[in-house]
Design a protein around this ligand. Structure first.
Ligand code: PLP
Length: 388
């Protein structure tokens, strides 16, 4: 089966969050994490059928979807989950916030590793918790978790660790050994572990994704795993995600924190999720192939053609984490915007001088975006090269 990722409809006048920010300007939006690709035909078809039914009352989760998720965990990860462990949510971000609110007390610490997707940084204070950030350490040309710093800096008030696995924005697919060290930390410090695994179906290279809860019963018992079809099948605007929580006590507290605040998932979200997981695999495989090509293009371009920028390998996600510190700009994303390309500024992720570039778009558009990045860097020219 072949799918066309090169031809996409114009999104400019569609009230897309990504494109509306630059309405009327010649700026290519490469910031927020949604893809400039059509969703899989199977998803579009299922939604069309559901819409034609014409009644959009409150929805309940389709029993087939529960079976599909249970089978998916078994087939992909050898993970035997019970249907009762699933808690459906209108997004992963509500899941992060619920995890902060459901465990411990106001004033307790929530730990996360930076740089990280901004809601990891805002969920703890929004929930009356104190944020404790531990920077990822660079080792062997990649970012990894810093066990020593965790041992030193995590206080006795820490109750929850928010983990991003795979890690947005640094594009890491964590290896089993790294995850084991993170799990050991959580056991040793008695932390509830909320693992956001939204990018788990976007592994571009190397071994498979490892859900941290599959490492053993002790870690499973303290873990909330967040997953969704949103990133992979390009349905983030349809608001369907789920938490997998094996421990009944943690699950009850999580559900309690949700009451009356978090809306339930809507019929179109469930419909898209079912179609994506049940029928979307051939499309997903083609997507991964296309994204690998884009990723290779970005890496080659940044490393070989743009003096002044650098990046690590992207193992997972469709996001490149680019070090632009040599440009000596507080907000490099704003600077790039002036040249017609809009990545996400690293400041929002806890790292000044970096940008995150979303490369999930038709290759021609990507080439234009990269050329604009290069033009911006060249405009700095000798000034950038003189910097350390
Ligand atoms: C790691 C991660 N978690 C959560 C989200 C957003 O989740 P949702 O839209 O389901 O709330 C994103 C979006 O980019 C993400 O990268």
């Amino acid at each position: 089966m072949s799918f066309d990722f090169d031809t996409v409809p114009d999104r400019r006048e569609t009230d897309s969050l990504k494109w509306a920010r630059y309405r009327g300007r010649d700026v290519i939006p490469m910031w927020v994490a949604d893809m400039d690709f059509l969703s899989p035909p199977a998803v579009v078809e299922a939604l069309r059928t559901r819409v034609e039914h014409g009644i959009f009352g409150y929805a309940t989760v389709p029993s087939e979807l529960v079976q599909v998720v249970v089978a998916r965990m078994r087939e992909k990860y050898g993970w035997e989950i019970e249907p009762s462990w699933l808690v459906w949510l209108p997004g992963a971000v509500p899941g992060l916030n619920l995890a902060c609110r459901a465990y411990g007390e106001p004033g307790d610490e929530v730990v996360t590793f930076t740089p990280v997707y901004p809601p990891f940084l805002t969920a703890p204070p929004q929930s009356g918790r104190t944020l404790r950030t531990i920077p990822l350490r660079r080792e062997g040309g990649r970012y990894t978790f810093d066990a020593e710093r965790c041992a030193r800096e995590i206080s006795a008030r820490a109750k929850v660790l928010l983990l991003c696995n795979p890690h947005n924005p640094v594009g890491r697919r964590y290896e089993r050994a790294e995850l084991e060290r993170i799990a050991n930390l959580c056991v040793a410090r008695d932390l509830v572990l909320c693992s956001d695994e939204l990018h788990c179906d976007l592994i571009l290279d190397g071994g498979p994704h490892v859900p941290i809860a599959t490492l053993g019963p002790e870690v499973a018992d303290r873990t909330i795993t967040l997953m969704a079809p949103s990133k992979t099948f390009n349905v983030p605007g349809l608001n369907c995600a789920f938490a997998i929580i094996a421990n009944p006590e943690l699950r009850a507290k999580f559900k309690k924190a949700r009451e009356g605040i978090v809306p339930s998932v809507n019929a179109l979200g469930f419909t898209a999720c079912l179609a994506a997981y049940r029928d979307g695999e051939p499309w997903r495989l083609a997507l991964i192939d296309y994204l690998r090509g884009n990723r290779d293009l970005v890496q080659r371009f940044i490393r070989d053609e743009v003096e002044g920028l650098s990046m690590d390998d992207v193992q997972a996600t469709y996001l490149a984490w680019i070090d632009a510190r040599r440009l000596n700009r507080d907000k490099p994303a704003l600077f790039f915007e002036r040249f017609g390309v809009a990545p996400y500024d690293g400041r929002d992720f806890g790292a000044t001088g970096f940008v995150r570039l979303n490369f999930a778009c038709p290759r021609d558009l990507l080439r234009t975006g990269l050329a604009r990045l290069r033009q911006a860097v060249r405009s700095v020219g000798s000034e950038a090269q003189a910097l350390p």
